[in-house]
Design a protein around this ligand. Structure first.
Ligand code: ADP
Ligand code: MG
Length: 236
């Protein structure tokens, strides 16, 4: 195979941070448990995408990440699979609240992330719940009460449910801000900040964004600790 440097050059991967581990250029090199690798094989995926190859080793070191990559680059599994490993290590009781929380700008995107989480987490017995607006709260509250390891939520609906005191985020230790630039464009910053106040400071935070304007840099500076920055392609 290619050397790590040749791989990174070919796939336009650039990183900013101290002692950043080299990319995983194959699924075998990830060390993911066999039940997860089996799911990847079933999908017919041949190799990690560049964002996966570089974010997995960093995420598995429990470090914060800012990843800047365009749509369609495989970001979802880029944060979900290390999240599953984190979950197993945390050994929390899902009845007491989620361990992994993914914030997403829209109902449609949240639903897609949930589908991916269910598909890849099922064989590891990972329970997942989706919370979004424009739908009755009742079924979502019942889903929470049944217990969830992973919650995928839009900021507005999660904030409503928090205000009702029907979910606890005190166990969350792996927080993902997906499409952070879009969430800020949609005006979700106040809700995101309120949600983060409910999450312990001792956590791993991963932020995924397609663009890197100053508003996104600001919230990254506020919410992440010494993040490794991973860029795929040209950053604008
Ligand atoms: P993004 O969030 O970056 O827009 P997604 O995570 O939605 O991208 O992934 C885009 C598509 O690529 C999805 O259909 C997903 O199943 C697929 N995909 C993810 N990882 C791989 C891979 N390693 N090889 C091939 N396809 C993949
Ligand atoms: Mg995505």
């Amino acid at each position: 195979g290619l050397s790590a440097e040749a791989y990174s050059r070919r796939h336009e991967i650039s990183v900013v941070g101290d002692n950043v581990p080299p990319p995983f250029t194959s699924f075998e090199s990830t060390g993911f448990p066999s039940e997860i690798l089996r799911e990847v094989q079933k999908e017919g995926f041949l190799a990690p995408t560049p964002i996966q190859a570089q974010s997995w080793p960093v995420a598995l070191q429990s470090r914060d990440i800012v990843a800047i990559a365009k749509t369609g680059s495989g970001k979802t599994l880029g944060y979900l699979l290390p999240g599953f490993i984190h979950l197993k290590r945390a050994r929390n009781n899902p009845q007491m609240g989620p361990t992994v929380l993914v914030l997403s700008p829209t109902r449609e995107l949240a639903t897609q992330i949930l589908d991916e989480a269910v598909k890849f987490g099922k064989s590891s017995r990972i329970s997942c719940v989706c919370l979004y607006g424009g739908a009755p709260k009742g079924p979502q509250l019942r889903d929470i009460d049944r217990g969830a390891d992973v919650v995928v939520a839009t900021p507005g609906r999660l904030n409503d449910i928090l205000e009702m005191k029907r979910i606890s985020l005190h166990q969350v230790s792996y927080l993902v801000l997906d499409e952070a630039d879009r969430m800020l464009d949609m005006g979700f910053e106040p809700q995101i900040r309120k949600i983060v106040k409910e999450i312990p400071a001792r956590r791993q935070t991963l932020m995924y964004t397609a663009t890197w304007p100053k508003e996104v840099r600001k919230i990254a500076a506020d919410l992440l600790v010494k993040p490794v920055q991973v860029n795929i392609g040209n950053v604008d």
